[in-house]
Design a protein around this ligand. Sequence first.
Ligand code: GLU
Length: 511
Amino acid sequence: MKKPVRVRFAPSPTGPLHIGGLRTALYNYLFARHYKGTMILRIEDTDQSRYVPGAEEYIRQSLQWCQIELDESPWQGGPCAPYRQSERKHLYAQYVQQLLESGHAYYAFDTPEELEQARQRTKAEGEEFQYNAAVRMKMKNALSLPASQTEQLLKAGTPYVIRFKVPQGKIVRFDDLIRGEVVVSSDTIDDKVLLKSDGMPTYHLANVVDDYLMNISHVIRGEEWLPSTPLHVLLYKAFGWESSMPQFAHLPLLLKPEGEGKLSKRDAKQYGFAVFPLQWTDPQTGEIWQGFREDGYLPEALINFLALLGWNPGTEQEIFSMEELIAAFSLEKVSKAGARFDINKAKWFNQQYLKAMPEALLAQMLLEELNARAMPCTKEKALQIVQLMKDRISFVRDILIQGAFFFQAPTTYESETVARKWNATTAQALEAFAIALEQEPKEFTPTAIKQTLNEVLSKMNIKLGGVLPALRLAITGTSSGPDLMEIIAICGRRETISRIKTALQALPITH
Ligand code: GLU
């Protein structure tokens, strides 16, 4: 009988959740929902030297923002609680005892200095030190020492670690759902520490014990854990849990924008983009790291972008809602090759989602941006602005730059356009247009404005094409942008007249 699908995302709270970690969480979530299984979050906080305050809360908020829902976690509990490894210490001690008794693990008393000496010795012989079958009998442990001495050392409270006794000359084999069959000789694996001298388990022990106790059916994690998996397989065997061993799926790396090497947070600094979902302030250094949320990304756009970084639906479709991703996702379509991180693609997704968004919501977002800058604007005006601008922006914030003229009259004018398009004729035409606007009782709609302008110009026998750039210059200070009549309608009659008058005064006529 097939096991029910139970997957886990198992971050260590050693800093903010990296975008690669978020993708791992997402793929686990999509897989769980696709198979109507269970999505678990386990906090792997056994390495206390790397514990960063605030990191766990950051992970919680990031997942929440991205709408990656959990079924079991430290924050909501569940049948396998506790879900924080630091609260499960007693379990690891108990299970490591089982390995000691069955002869799969042993006490080792080597001091850090002794280990360093051994390392130096092997190095001098031109080899890499490995605490393994070949050297373990030369070290200070329960296998090399007489039983009575081991007992004495333990009684005397001598610090020790517990190591895994890796079997010699065995072939370790497992099927990775993404990478296919993996075959490794056990002789390449060293006798890893399972329990540290402070009584804390290492990642390997805690991870395997918990995956077993939490009935995990599939371990979906980053490629950097692939080298650890043969050891995990050996641990499952040593515990006698082989038949309930989860299936493994190792996700491809996220690559640097240039396409080679693993994407790092330093790349983010260098290129000025975010690799963290939310802004993060390092509690130790105070350094601030950009977040996708603060940069103006919609969570739906980020999720869509991430989903396609390493997975392809096998069709041309690019825009996927979470529901559609759940329906379409499969591990078979996750690629083995690394996925190049292209921030422009993320921007493109954001653009698509903004375009598709209800305009009222977009207007609300614009008002929030304006409020944060103490820039007044009515709801109605915000709505008109987003209607006009939404196809041109990647972020709502872009409106404040690309549409700065909606909120403030221009104070400078693009000099090249002034030189080419501003002359005595255009100035006269604009002056007449301003007067007409003052006298016109007509409604102030784009069509009515255009009609007024046409009437003015035809009386003066001037062509519209020659005047429009000058008019745009007067209203916006620039030479390009969305439909000018729409802009004028949004700015309003009084403001338009005032801007034309200001430009007429400010701009010299040289020809
Ligand atoms: N705690 C590990 C991490 O931080 C989990 C690896 C795994 O999923 O087994 O990524």
